[in-house]
Design a protein around this ligand. Structure first.
Ligand SMILES: NC(=O)c1ccc[n+]([C@@H]2O[C@H](COP(=O)([O-])OP(=O)(O)OC[C@H]3O[C@@H](n4cnc5c(N)ncnc54)[C@H](OP(=O)(O)O)[C@@H]3O)[C@@H](O)[C@H]2O)c1
Ligand SMILES: *[C@@H]1O[C@H](CO)[C@@H](O)[C@H](O)[C@H]1NC(C)=O
Ligand SMILES: *[C@@H]1O[C@H](CO)[C@@H](O)[C@H](O)[C@H]1NC(C)=O
Ligand SMILES: *[C@@H]1O[C@H](CO)[C@@H](O)[C@H](O)[C@H]1NC(C)=O
Ligand SMILES: *[C@@H]1O[C@H](CO)[C@@H](O)[C@H](O)[C@H]1NC(C)=O
Length: 315
């Protein structure tokens, strides 16, 4: 046979097999048991990983609350899922994690409409090309990715305890590159890079989980892996980037549905290994408990809690 034909065919076959092997190693949340009557609150459920998580939970008959800053987008997402899951029980509630008043009113809504929730998934997040200081006087990554959720969970803490509800925190492997500097916490101080601000906020997520765990909350942290979502919407991706980065894409880029498996696993699995918790630096990656390279210090975790209370003006 002609080499010009066989070579590309063999190469394509090998690439296909490598990709399939990678996908297999990323794991899948296979638990199909019904979640009827269980209430899951997901921040940022209108897009990307949050959307795929909501979709999977809806298929398992769960009730899902879409906590979103844009109700039009949230209701569009709900309609999309309803086309697939006719009797899905989905509701949108407004929540803008960059505005303290919005967070407070969201918590009132939850108290009124869904006081008996089972799980809250802190999923919403962003990465801005041009970081800025918001109207709450807090740098945007710190606020949207960490502090907003911190305030929300604190305002719901009594209910969380009463319901024995689970909290899932969507961090990232990039937390390993993060640092927390209390001198500049919440501020935008030169020199900075977006990547650093993002990584710092993902480390804060992990520390927040550690402290919640220490307070007796059932909390799970995960990294979804590098996923194809709207997270990079602020950046222009040119066609040649796809070619230049094709090996990375082949080896690392997951679909949103694939990445969401980690969140679904954390939200619904009953794994109870007391050693493998966020306080001991365990994070779910590839649907498995994995130890982070970072040892989370108790001092930082306690201080972050105190400073976050100050910054969100609850003390
Ligand atoms: N994609 C990845 O490779 C990757 C890797 C590791 C970790 N993660 C984490 O996964 C989570 C989900 O991200 P994604 O990849 O699914 O991105 P995405 O498609 O952009 O979804 C992010 C969601 O967060 C919402 N959001 C952002 N800022 C908000 C705010 N101030 N108030 C309320 N909602 C807000 C967005 O709402 P709008 O649509 O209204 O903007 C959107 O629904 C994030 O925490 C991210 O850090 C992602
Ligand atoms: C949707 O779920 C909520 C919370 O579990 C429940 O109170 C409500 O009756 C459900 N609605 C329908 C139509 O099943
Ligand atoms: C599957 O999910 C259900 C509901 O969350 C849970 O009760 C059950 O223990 C799970 N099964 C496994 C093997 O984790
Ligand atoms: C996990 O198991 C320990 C010890 O058996 C128990 O004290 C704890 O309440 C369990 N946690 C959950 C979330 O089931
Ligand atoms: C974390 O702690 C373990 C056990 O105390 C130690 O072996 C390891 O070197 C530490 N890692 C870092 C990055 O400090």
């Amino acid at each position: 046979m002609n080499l010009l034909i066989t070579l590309p065919v063999v190469a394509a076959g090998v690439i296909y097999l490598i990709r399939k092997q990678r996908e297999y190693s990323w794991g899948w949340a296979n638990n199909k048991s019904s979640l009827k009557g269980k209430v899951f609150i997901i921040t940022g459920a209108n897009s990307g990983l949050g959307y795929q998580t909501a979709r999977a939970l809806a298929k398992r008959k769960a009730t899902v609350v879409f906590a979103c800053r844009d109700l039009i987008k949230a209701n569009e997402a709900i309609q999309c899922i309803k086309e697939e899951v006719k009797d899905a029980n989905l509701t949108a509630l407004p929540l803008d994690l960059e505005i303290f008043d919005s967070i407070k009113s969201f918590c009132h809504d939850v108290n009124r409409e869904f006081p008996e929730f089972d799980c809250i998934i802190n999923n919403a997040g962003l990465s801005m090309k041009e970081p800025f200081v918001t109207s709450e006087d807090v740098e945007v990554h710190t606020l949207a990715n960490h502090l907003g959720h911190f305030l929300m969970i604190n305002l719901l803490l009594d209910l969380i305890k009463k319901n024995n509800a689970r909290i899932v925190i969507v961090s990232s492997k990039l937390h390993e590159k993060g640092t927390i500097n209390f001198e500049t916490f919440g501020k935008l101080v030169e020199p900075y890079t977006t990547k650093q601000l993002y990584a710092n906020s993902k480390l804060m997520n992990f520390y927040f989980a550690k402290e919640l765990y220490k307070k007796g909350i059932d909390v799970h942290v995960c990294c979804p892996g590098l996923c194809y979502t709207e997270l990079f919407r602020d950046y222009t991706i040119k066609f040649y980037h796809w070619i230049v980065f094709s090996p990375v894409i082949l080896l690392y880029l997951r679909s949103a549905e694939q990445g969401a498996q980690n969140i679904i696993h954390c939200a619904t699995d009953d794994e109870n290994d007391t050693e493998k918790n966020p306080s001991n630096s365990y994070i779910v990656m590839n649907c498995r408990q994995t130890k982070s390279k970072i040892n989370l210090s108790d001092d930082v975790s306690e201080k972050l809690w105190i400073e976050s209370k100050k910054l969100s003006k609850i003390e």
